[in-house]
Design a protein around this ligand. Structure first.
Ligand SMILES: [Fe+2]
Ligand SMILES: [Fe+2]
Length: 384
């Protein structure tokens, strides 16, 4: 009797692919000895933000990573464009049924990490998935394998590195070291300027070295707050990296820019005569739009509001305003306090940041921008 064909499906966003993914593929090859493993990058995930890297780059990174992991020449590990070709959100039950129809009579397996098994019963039509495939699960390092619904599955031998693409992305956005990435994937990212690598390089050229250090510190704190408060990390990184893009321009430049472009900024006339440097936030938003192609109105608004604040801030406004004041490069003692508070209650940290700025202006006898006063009044209105 002919042996049944074994086919493993491994879906994911792979944004970016990391060592944990390749370790799972290797283990599945060893345990199941399948005829083929189809790695299926998703168009987008029902659970995650829109992928940061386009499909073609994610497929290329997978190819590079498979090669690094010694799987490049194995013709039985294939990248399958099914979900991408559909061009829309595709659920796993649809992918499973596609492969079921394409390979009638084959034994189908769905490869996943143990974190997916734990929540598998919440996946759309999970019973339909189980009707097409058997689950193959790799346990993640440091976590007990949980199977709350007692679903049938095959456990892969060994433990698998605890790496999450979401965390990798956050580190990539702010230029931190990436031990979870294969070297060739890292190189590809740098070469192609993915995950804001090229934007960061371009932004650095418009700043002094010290400003860039500050920018990175702000971006890192803003990203940590984004993770805590569920904001889109790419949007936050964009706002962080570009917020001070015009800060190293002279007051004369800012004034000329404002005149030339008919810049819209609150109390523009007074600002021009009292503290034109404050205009860097508004000019910065224009540069972000015109030179960096940022179209996201909330990101641009956050850049505009990062110095004076906004009387009715959105989540990105709050995060950037607080991160700008409380970033690790700030040496005044209130910064650490506000930073701590930001992780407990963002709204309170926002009010505290406004307070710290006003007190500093009182102490030093500086002119206070009416917009900052507006923010103070609005916040005290809420308190009374
Ligand atoms: Fe600034
Ligand atoms: Fe700043």
């Amino acid at each position: 009797m002919q042996k049944k064909q074994k086919i493993v499906i491994y879906g994911g966003t792979f944004d970016p692919p990391h060592k944990g993914h390749f370790a799972l593929i290797k283990a599945a090859l060893k345990t199941l000895a399948p005829s083929v493993i189809y790695v299926v990058p998703g168009f987008r995930s029902p659970f995650k933000e829109t992928p940061c890297a386009p499909f073609s780059d994610r497929a290329e990174m997978l190819r590079a990573g498979l090669k690094d992991a010694g799987l490049g020449r194995r013709t039985h590990v294939k990248i399958h464009p099914y979900e991408f070709k559909r061009g829309r959100l595709t659920y796993t039950w649809q992918t499973a049924e596609f492969f079921r129809k394409a390979h009638p009579g084959a034994e189908l397996y769905l490869l996943m990490g143990s974190d997916c098994l734990e929540t598998f019963h919440r996946w759309k039509n999970y019973r339909r998935i189980l009707a097409s495939v058997r689950l193959v699960v790799g346990a993640r390092d440091g976590f007990a394998l949980k199977n709350p619904r007692g679903l049938p599955y095959i456990k892969l031998k060994g433990r698998f590195p605890l790496i999450a693409s979401a965390e990798l992305k956050v580190r990539l956005f702010s230029g931190q070291v990436q031990p979870g990435l294969c070297e060739s994937v890292s190189d590809y990212i740098t070469r192609r300027g993915l995950y804001l690598t090229s934007l960061r390089r371009r932004a650095a050229k418009l700043m002094t070295a010290q400003r860039f250090v500050h920018t990175i510190a702000v971006t890192r704190l803003a990203l940590a707050l984004a993770v805590k408060y569920g904001a889109d990390t790419k949007r936050i990184a964009l706002a962080g990296l570009l917020h001070d893009i015009a800060r190293d321009r002279t007051p004369q430049y800012l004034a000329a820019y404002a005149a030339r472009t008919r810049l819209k900024a609150p109390a523009l006339k007074e600002t021009l005569s009292e503290a034109p440097i404050l205009l860097h936030a508004y000019v910065g938003a224009e540069i972000a739009k015109k030179r960096f192609g940022v179209k996201d109105s909330e990101v641009l608004r956050a850049i505009r509001n990062h110095t004076l604040g906004s009387p009715s801030p959105g989540l990105i406004d709050k995060i950037l305003y607080v991160a700008d004041l409380a970033a690790a490069d700030r040496s005044f003692p209130e910064a650490a306090m506000v930073r701590k508070q930001a992780f407990r209650e963002l709204g309170a940290a926002y009010a505290a940041a406004n307070y710290v700025k006003l007190v500093c202006a009182f102490r030093t006898g500086k002119w206070i921008h009416p917009e900052s006063v507006k923010v103070w009044n609005k916040l005290s209105e809420k308190n009374n």
